[in-house]
Design a protein. Sequence first.
Length: 257
Amino acid sequence: MKKKGLHSLVKIMEMLRGEKGCPWDKEQTSKSLKPYIIEEAYELIESIEDDDPDRIREELGDLLFQIVFQCQLAKEKQDFTIDDVIEKISKKMIERHPHVFGNADYKTADEVIVHWEEQKKLEGKLRESILDGVPESMPSLLRAHRLQSRAAQVGFDWEKVEDVLEKLDEELKESKDAIKEGRREKIEEELGDILFMLVNVSRFVGVNAEDALRKTIRKFISRFQYIETNAAHQGKRLSDMTLDEMDRLWDEAKKKD
């Protein structure tokens, strides 16, 4: 089978939206497709974490299709085309990498980030706050990480990890006090502070809290399903098992991990 380029995919998209196209595709709008963009992005992340090249290839294609779909919708409204998108990002990457495409000499990633911020200002992306530009729609742990990193760029950061852990202990104590008081709003506030501080700890030691939690969730699912499977083999329902029985199976699953 002959290899097909990007514009072959664009042609397929045009046919799907055309007069004899697919009823579902013809009904879609840029807003109705938002959930699918997010879903495809997360499926790609999952395949990358599994280090599965075949799935990565497939999920990249699914995400690319969503981009092509958005470009087709914009073309129909005469807003822009996929060629405009490619031209725009190509120009941006060249301008933001003068150390690759020009004569600038940046030795570290931090120097590159400083240049990016300066270039954004030249492009008219002026920010009233250094925290501007981090989307509210991002997952909260990831957004917290980005905001903390922005603040750290101007020196608003801890000096050593021990200081961060000490602050985490302080937040834990305040949370315990709030739980004893039984005030729901205060409990919510203090638990939020704990989560924010956990992100700070993660960021400070070079771990992405969003990635860490996602991996832990997958580990939990795997171990709990081990309990379910073994309970079924014993002819038992989980609701009929004692906590000690389930804990023993949980420990078996941990050993297998």
